[in-house]
Design a protein around this ligand. Structure first.
Ligand SMILES: *Cc1c(COP(=O)(O)O)cnc(C)c1O
Length: 422
């Protein structure tokens, strides 16, 4: 069991805080994150790479709440961002500009300019048109952009198709066979200094093999680029390390770190790592309340007040989230299969199909575990459902780190044109 979300006196707690008490205070649904879990995850990563020239740039897109960023930034984390908004969050969360990497396949010129003006560590470029645009933007403001070119190593990450990014058919990066020509082009362009090679092959990888294949190809490329006269000083190895959702055999951090060191150790490069899910995934839960229990013709349904707009992973990636009743069930309580669904008007709004659960009924609370990554950040207001609050727990303390907006606030940005006046 996750040591940060355990039963105490029969009630599920986040560290020392009762999720039942939190539900009474903030209402359901809500996300709850454990500071201790975030810290432990970061420290484990940092310790695994202790002694090597490594920067850990937390991939903000996994969970970009300012309090989460601040928790990690205080431990020394940098940030991997994919939009100007995320860059501004990283800065606001206390990440120094010179520890920010800007990734993404479609940065706008405006975003490039803000990144250069902020003085970030590195921009990871994914196409020749992007390279040319960045050169124009950099020269127009008298700056030089330190860049990596993200290569696509054509490696099968063996993960869900929607989160695999390192095959030729994916939109990401520059085909590794075209990398040398791209670095040659970069060397001709003013305002560009290509100092690094970047790679990121996907997310929720549970085996080390795809990483190893990709990193070996990158190392080979670095040798070729150096022979071509490019001064490659850094590697950016992306994120992607998987976590335990159900019963996956996740590789140990120490094995991952050992593999990275053994493959890249002789290059004398600074290595950037961009873990997202591995730092935050198991540090959060989504707490929801049962609205109704409904008996269909063939199945039982548990209709909860959280929905696909709050946590889209099951609909989007067929993801499994362990569901625990907040009140500890008697170990001998009978379990029976039930579909756990949300109230949204889509059949895809299903959290679990035929899940074995003890009897639950109206007003009972449940927690979806491992919801700290790609949960709140992917939420929408579909069906005009307000974004759910986020709560951060630290020991016995808790704080609402994003409150639930009111319906009035949700409507406030909209205008009915005057020609529709009654
Ligand atoms: C999404 C992403 C990450 C983080 O991936 P995780 O699987 O959450 O570790 C890192 N780098 C890049 C470029 C990404 O797009």
């Amino acid at each position: 069991m996750n040591p940060h979300f355990t039963y105490r006196d029969g009630v599920l707690h986040a560290d020392d805080v009762s999720l039942m008490d939190l539900a009474a205070e903030v209402g359901t649904p809500f996300y709850c994150y454990s500071s201790a879990a975030l810290e432990a995850n970061y420290r484990a990563f940092a310790d695994a790479f202790e002694g090597s020239d490594t920067g850990i740039c937390y991939a903000l897109k996994a969970n970009s709440n300012l309090a989460v960023i601040r928790t990690l930034a205080r431990l020394g984390a940098g940030a991997d961002v994919v939009s100007e908004g995320e860059m501004r969050r990283a800065l606001a969360g206390g990440v120094p500009a010179d520890r920010i990497v800007f990734s993404g396949v479609g940065k706008t010129r405006g975003e490039m300019r803000s990144a250069l003006e902020a003085g970030i560590f590195q921009l990871n470029v994914e196409s020749i048109p992007e390279l040319e645009a960045l050169s124009e933007v950099a020269t127009s403001i008298g700056r030089t952009a330190a860049i990596a070119i993200r290569v696509n190593p054509d490696v099968d990450a063996k993960t869900h198709a929607k989160i695999a990014t390192g095959k030729k058919e994916n939109k990401f990066g520059i085909d590794i066979d075209h990398a040398r020509a791209t670095y040659a082009r970069a060397a001709e362009l003013p305002g560009i200094e290509a100092v690094a090679v970047a790679v990121h092959i996907g997310s929720q990888l549970t085996s080390l093999e795809p990483f190893r294949d990709a990193f070996e190809r990158v190392v080979e490329l670095v040798h070729a680029l150096r022979a071509d006269g490019h001064d490659i000083q850094r590697l950016d190895l992306g994120g992607g390390l998987g976590i335990l959702y159900r019963d996956e055999e996740v590789s140990a951090l120490a094995s991952y770190a050992g593999m990275v060191r053994s493959i890249t150790g002789n290059l004398g490069c600074h290595v950037t790592l961009e873990p997202g899910r591995a730092l935050v995934g198991n540090a959060g839960v989504l707490v929801s309340k049962v609205i109704f229990r409904k008996t269909g013709v063939h199945r039982e349904f548990l209709i909860v007040d959280a929905a696909m707009n709050d946590l889209i992973r099951p609909s989007l990636y067929d993801a499994w989230h362990t569901i625990l009743p907040v009140v500890e069930p008697n170990p001998d309580a009978p379990r029976s299969p039930i579909d756990v669904v949300g109230p949204v008007c889509e059949s895809g709004d299903t959290f679990a199909v035929q899940r074995d659960l003890p009897h639950l009924d109206q007003e009972d609370l449940v927690a979806f575990l491992s919801a700290g990554a790609y949960g709140a950040v992917m939420a929408s207001t579909y069906n005009t459902r307000p974004l759910v609050p986020e709560v951060l727990v630290s020991g016995a303390k808790h704080a609402v780190v994003r409150r639930r907006p009111t319906i009035e606030e949700m409507l406030a940005a909209e205008r009915v044109p005057e020609w529709l006046d009654p």
